[in-house]
Design a protein around this ligand. Structure first.
Ligand code: GLY
Length: 375
């Protein structure tokens, strides 16, 4: 098969890797794995939904390259990011007698990628790991950069490790089967790259490319490429989030508080929707602080609304609680350093910065106002 599509290199010295992007690229999985793990075998970690849609294709691609594989199929959904599921993956990989040089392949969205990556980081003190993300969110964000984790009863992503994959295959045709709500939520993370550092990319999306991204035109592949390139550049300069990598959290401090407010009930609010509201809040808070123009804040809100993403607290079915409870959730977030609130704020579209020491009273008043005057 003639390879189609583009690739992005994540430059991390001895741990550098490629992200292969394009329609049909899952079919190349076997040949790349044979090159990266000569003589190796693989364990595919996936969920029941994805297995039904794509496992056969991946199995065939591996078999064609002579790679033996075993599959570990888990229930779909956030509860799978658990200690129990981690044990299932570890048991499955060890029972299949895979060695350190063999590969764990994550075939799925963010939940499967985070879980399988964490398992790969600890089984035999670290196995090779390949990401084949099947959601837009995973293709542009969670599969790239090596963050892996499970949730605990205290919160999300609290136990995990940085463990870089040896390869990411972002097959954009796999997104054709995504439910529209999930695709749209993943699109919020695409917009994020424009808002945090690339106004030209935002202009392109806003100018109409977004429609063709949703329809599956070549713009979809281009948007995944630009997003991955933006993330790769940030990860290359700050792999373990000592500085700039925090910019990727634009909209996330507010967004995580909203997810906590609905008890992580995906029927009411999925992650990307929370991030859309969070990014709108970050722009409006920045505008209120005199950091960014009202015109930019309005453009962000209008674009998110044009694609059908929520932007207001009142868009959340059942509401978002009180300003005090949201502030409390913000304080629980990992982005709090010794009590001081850290937010990603903006000086305009494409001009984000890390604001440490944001006054909690300002946030409380801002949220109270948002809840009271939401229109
Ligand atoms: N999703 C944010 C990061 O990878 O740092």
């Amino acid at each position: 098969m003639v390879p189609q599509g583009s690739s992005v290199r994540v430059d991390l010295a001895g741990r550098s890797y490629d992200i292969l992007i394009g329609r049909g690229r899952i079919n190349e999985a076997g040949e790349h794995l044979r090159r990266l793990c000569p003589g190796g075998r693989a364990a595919i970690v996936t969920d029941t939904h994805v297995a039904e849609l794509h496992l056969r294709t991946l199995d065939a691609a591996l078999a064609e390259a002579g790679i033996q594989s075993t599959s570990i199929v888990l229930p779909a959904g956030e509860p799978t990011k658990s200690f129990a599921a981690l044990e299932t993956v570890c048991d499955g990989v060890i029972a299949a007698r895979l060695e350190r040089g063999d590969a764990v392949i994550a075939l799925g969205g963010g939940v499967i990628g985070d879980l399988a990556g964490f398992a790969a980081s600890i089984i035999r003190r670290g196995m090779r790991f390949v990401q084949i993300p099947t959601s837009l969110l995973a293709q542009v964000d969670s599969s790239v950069g090596g963050k892996t984790a499970i949730n605990t009863r205290q919160g999300k992503n609290l136990v995990g490790a940085f463990h870089q994959p040896v390869l990411v295959i972002a097959d954009t045709a796999l997104l054709d089967t995504l439910p529209e709500r999930e695709f749209r939520a993943g699109y919020a993370e695409v917009v994020k790259y424009g808002l945090l550092g690339d106004s030209g990319f935002f202009n392109w999306l806003e100018g109409g490319a977004w429609r063709r991204i949703f329809e599956g035109g070549p713009e979809r592949e281009e948007a995944v490429r630009i997003s991955c390139a933006a993330k790769a550049a940030i990860v290359a300069r700050d792999e373990t989030e000592q500085g700039d990598r925090a910019l990727l959290n634009l909209g996330h401090t507010f967004g995580h508080a909203l997810e906590a407010a609905v008890g992580y009930d995906g029927a009411r609010l999925v992650h990307g929707e929370a991030i859309a509201i969070g990014m709108r809040l970050a722009f409006d808070f920045s505008r209120e602080q005199g950091l960014c123009t009202g015109q930019d804040a309005i453009r962000v809100r209008r674009h998110l609304e044009a694609v059908g993403l929520p932007t207001r607290l009142s868009d959340i079915p059942g509401g978002a609680g009180t300003a005090a409870s949201l502030l409390d959730a913000i304080r629980q977030d990992k982005k709090v350093a010794r009590g001081a609130l850290t937010f990603i704020l903006v000086r305009g579209i494409g001009e984000s910065f890390i604001a440490k020491d944001v006054d909690p009273d300002l946030i409380l008043r801002f949220l109270d106002c948002q809840l009271g005057h939401d229109i």
